[in-house]
Design a binder for this molecule. Structure first.
Ligand code: ADP
Length: 296
């Protein structure tokens, strides 16, 4: 990867003998949105807490692109805290004073996240989506180069999710902010991420760019066969050579054929497997994730 904001090397965090992160080596591309995907309890928050300095690694290291970069991180790790009895504007002004930002310059962050600075409504009466956006506004006060969001769409209604997605897109494209966003809502990330990091049980399963993932997510047919794997591989290779499918993988007694397909040709080769069963799958991130880490 050419332009890296930060990298980790063999980062491990042990909690009472259990590795919440186990030898995590990843790079976060600068100016892009990285989707950090994993089931609940897989170690996303642990890594995020180490990146933000809220937790210390048991071993391993984090390297930023330059010495100053660590100072320019905005993060929402737990639910952001506000003064519920105050308006969004008063909350932001208070927060600005805490961070040494001129309050008169601070209100622009409300425009960025699409909250009305003249709305006197108390934050305790805000929807979850509005609170999340106010949390991001607070995080933007220090003019971050890197924004880390732990499950920002958790609990949002569909409209709130759309707004969050648009906001993250804008922050990335217009302000060139590097964003790391964790989620178990895979469909959400599929629409915004440029790069993906998959984690399961503290171990990084895969790091992959959106374009490469898209290629891999093309439709697929999984054949479970009874015969021997070298015959299956032979048959799959012939199917590829004949233009029936783009590629294949064999693992154990399963052969995955990847699209795009010419189904007429592929159908001719399915008989060449000693088929026990087969199924077709749509290429989406959820299916891909399940194929990498097993059922949720
Ligand atoms: P995620 O954010 O993906 O849901 P976490 O990073 O919160 O996962 O948790 C990963 C694992 O580490 C879980 O098994 C969790 O119980 C454990 N864990 C996280 N924080 C602590 C802690 N402070 N003390 C003990 N165990 C923890």
């Amino acid at each position: 990867m050419e332009n890296v904001f930060l990298s980790t090397e063999s980062l491990t965090k042990q909690y009472r003998g259990h590795a919440a992160n186990n030898c995590v080596t990843v790079s976060i591309p600068r100016g892009k949105i990285t989707g950090f995907i994993g089931k609940n309890g897989s170690g996303k928050t642990t890594l995020i807490r180490m990146l933000t300095g809220l937790a210390f690694p048991t071993s391993g290291k984090i390297e930023f692109c330059d010495a100053d970069a660590r100072k320019h991180i905005g993060a929402i790790v737990e639910a952001p805290a506000f003064f519920g009895g105050m308006s969004a504007k008063d909350n932001v002004v208070y927060q600005a004073k805490q961070c040494g930002v001129d309050p008169s310059d601070a209100l622009s962050v409300l425009d960025v996240v699409g909250l009305d600075k003249n709305n006197r409504k108390k934050v305790r009466n805000y929807s979850l989506g509005m609170r999340q956006r106010l949390g991001i506004a607070n995080a933007l006060l220090c003019d971050p180069e890197f924004l880390i969001l732990d499950e920002p769409t958790n609990g949002l209604d569909p409209q709130g999710m759309i707004e969050m997605r648009d906001l993250l897109h804008r922050l990335s494209r217009e302000k060139n902010i590097t964003i790391l966003v964790s989620s178990h809502l895979l469909g959400e990330l599929e629409r915004i991420a440029d790069y993906y990091i998959l984690i399961d049980d503290g171990i990084i399963m895969e790091c992959i760019g959106a374009e490469d993932l898209e290629k891999r997510l093309s439709e697929r047919i999984t054949v479970t066969f009874l015969g021997n794997p070298s015959d299956a591989a032979d048959n799959a290779a012939k199917c590829v050579a004949a233009g029936g499918c783009a590629s294949y993988d064999i693992s154990g007694n399963k052969c995955v054929l990847y699209g795009p397909f010419n189904y007429r040709i592929t159908a001719g080769y399915l008989g060449g497997f000693d088929v026990e069963s087969f199924r077709t799958e749509d290429g989406n991130l959820e299916n891909y994730f399940v194929s990498q880490v097993g059922e949720k």
